[in-house]
Write a protein that binds this ligand. Structure first.
Ligand SMILES: *Cc1c(COP(=O)(O)O)cnc(C)c1O
Length: 349
C-alpha cells in the first residue's frame, strides 16, 4: 500500500456543525455547505454525517453536485444550488427536488416558464458583484417573486473573515434594505458571518469551511489527517544534493525519507524546501522540490523512521499548510488529491 491515507473525522465535522449551530439563536437554522465534494472530503459521507447531527438544509454550487447529495440523503432535506437555474438543469432540479437560488431575471424567467410552482430562492448582490440580482433588477421583479413565494432570500459577504472591515456593515445594511418586510426567510452568513454576531444571522446560516476545521472558525476541531507512506530512506553524505534541480544540499551526513505524494495530489510545488512533515510530534523539514508523486524529507534526527509521515494532522492544520503555500485552508482542502485513500471515522462510519 503506497498511496497516502486521508483520514476524515466525521465526528469532528458533526461537532463543528453543532458548535456553529450553538452560536446562533435557536430560531436560526444552521445549514451546511457541501459544494466541491464537501470541500474535497466526500459529499456523500459528509452530508449523511451532517444530517445525522441535525442539518436539514444543504448547499451546493451546481446542480450536478446536488444529485450526489440527494442520492446520499434521500428525500426530505432541502438541497439548494448557488448557481441557480441554468439552461439544461431543469430536469435535474425537478427530478431531484433541488432548490435553485435564482441569480438573475433570466434565471427567474427560465424557472417560471419551465418549473412554475417548484421551490426556489433568490440570491441578491449586496456589493460582492459575483452572483445575485442587483438592487434595480430586484426592484423590477420583487412583486412577481413575492407572489410565487420564494423559500429564501440570500446574499454573501465579501470580507466576513475580516471582522473590522467596513464592507460587512455596508453589505448588512444593503441586505436589510433589499429584504425588509418581505417575511421571507433570509440568509447572509457563511462561517465568517456567523462569527460577526447576531445581526448577521437572520433565519438561516450557511457555514462551509468551519465544518471542515478551517479558519476563520478558530475553535474548530481539525477534521483531516493526511499520512504519507515512507517508500524509502537513504543516507546522503554532506555535500550531496536531493531532488530535481539540486535545490537542497546536505550540510551534514543526513538521512532522507522519500514519501508517496506530490503535486499531482495537491501538494503544491511551492512547498518544496518550505513545508514540514510530522513523525508523530517531531517535525521533519521537506527538503528539495516536490515532484509529481514524491516528496523528500530530512529525518536525520529521528531514532526510528515511522511507516508514515503526516502532512496534515494535529501539528499542521489546513491553514498552517495554506500559509506555508501562500494560500488559504480552503484551497488546501479542495486540492486534496483523488489518489488518496479516504478513510472515514465516526459518524456511524
Ligand atoms: C462557499 C459559500 C459558502 C460557505 O462559505 P464558508 O466560508 O466556507 O463558510 C456560503 N455561501 C456561499 C454563497 C458560498 O459560495
Amino acid at each position: 500500500m503506497s498511496s497516502a491515507t486521508l483520514s476524515i473525522d466525521l465526528d469532528a465535522i458533526a461537532a463543528n456543525w453543532r458548535a456553529l449551530d450553538r452560536m446562533t439563536d435557536p430560531a436560526t437554522q444552521t445549514g451546511a455547505v457541501v459544494k466541491a465534494d464537501a470541500y474535497g472530503l466526500g459529499a456523500d459521507r459528509i452530508a449523511r454525517a451532517l444530517a445525522g447531527a441535525g442539518a436539514r438544509r444543504f448547499f451546493v454550487a451546481v446542480a450536478e453536485e446536488g444529485a450526489v447529495v440527494r442520492k446520499a440523503l434521500g428525500p426530505g432535506p432541502q438541497i439548494s444550488v448557488f448557481s441557480g437555474h441554468m439552461a439544461g438543469d431543469t430536469d435535474m432540479i425537478r427530478d431531484l427536488d433541488l432548490t435553485p437560488m435564482l441569480n438573475s431575471v433570466d434565471q427567474l424567467t427560465r424557472h417560471m416558464e419551465t418549473l412554475s410552482g417548484h421551490p426556489f430562492g433568490i440570491q441578491l448582490d449586496t456589493g460582492m458583484n459575483r452572483l445575485g440580482m442587483e438592487a434595480d433588477e430586484w426592484a423590477a421583479v420583487a412583486g412577481i417573486v413575492m407572489q410565487a413565494g420564494p423559500e429564501l432570500l440570500m446574499s454573501h459577504l465579501a470580507c466576513a473573515d475580516e471582522p473590522d472591515h467596513a464592507m460587512n456593515a455596508q453589505q448588512l445594511a444593503t441586505f436589510e434594505d433589499l429584504t425588509r418586510g418581505t417575511g421571507i426567510p433570509r440568509s447572509l452568513s457563511a462561517t465568517g458571518g456567523i462569527l460577526l454576531g447576531p445581526d448577521y444571522h437572520f433565519e438561516l446560516t450557511r457555514p462551509g469551511v468551519g465544518l471542515y476545521g478551517g479558519l476563520p472558525f478558530e475553535a474548530a476541531r481539525p477534521a483531516v489527517r493526511l499520512s504519507l507512506p515512507v517508500i524509502q530512506t537513504r543516507e546522503v553524505l554532506a555535500g550531496e544534493t536531493v531532488g530535481y534541480g539540486n535545490t537542497w544540499t546536505a550540510e551534514i551526513d543526513s538521512t532522507i525519507a522519500t514519501v508517496s505524494a506530490g503535486y499531482a495530489d495537491g501538494v503544491f510545488r511551492v512547498l518544496g524546501n518550505n513545508a514540514t512533515l510530522w513523525a508523530g510530534d517531531v517535525p521533519c523539514p521537506v527538503v528539495g522540490r516536490v515532484s509529481m508523486d514524491l516528496i523528500t524529507a530530512d529525518v536525520t534526527h529521528l531514532n526510528e523512521v515511522p511507516d508514515t509521515l503526516d502532512l496534515l494532522g494535529p501539528h499542521q492544520t489546513i491553514d498552517d499548510l495554506g500559509t506555508a503555500a501562500g494560500t488559504i485552508g480552503y484551497e488546501i482542502l479542495t486540492s486534496l488529491g483523488a489518489r488518496y485513500q479516504r478513510r472515514y471515522a465516526g459518524g456511524g462510519a
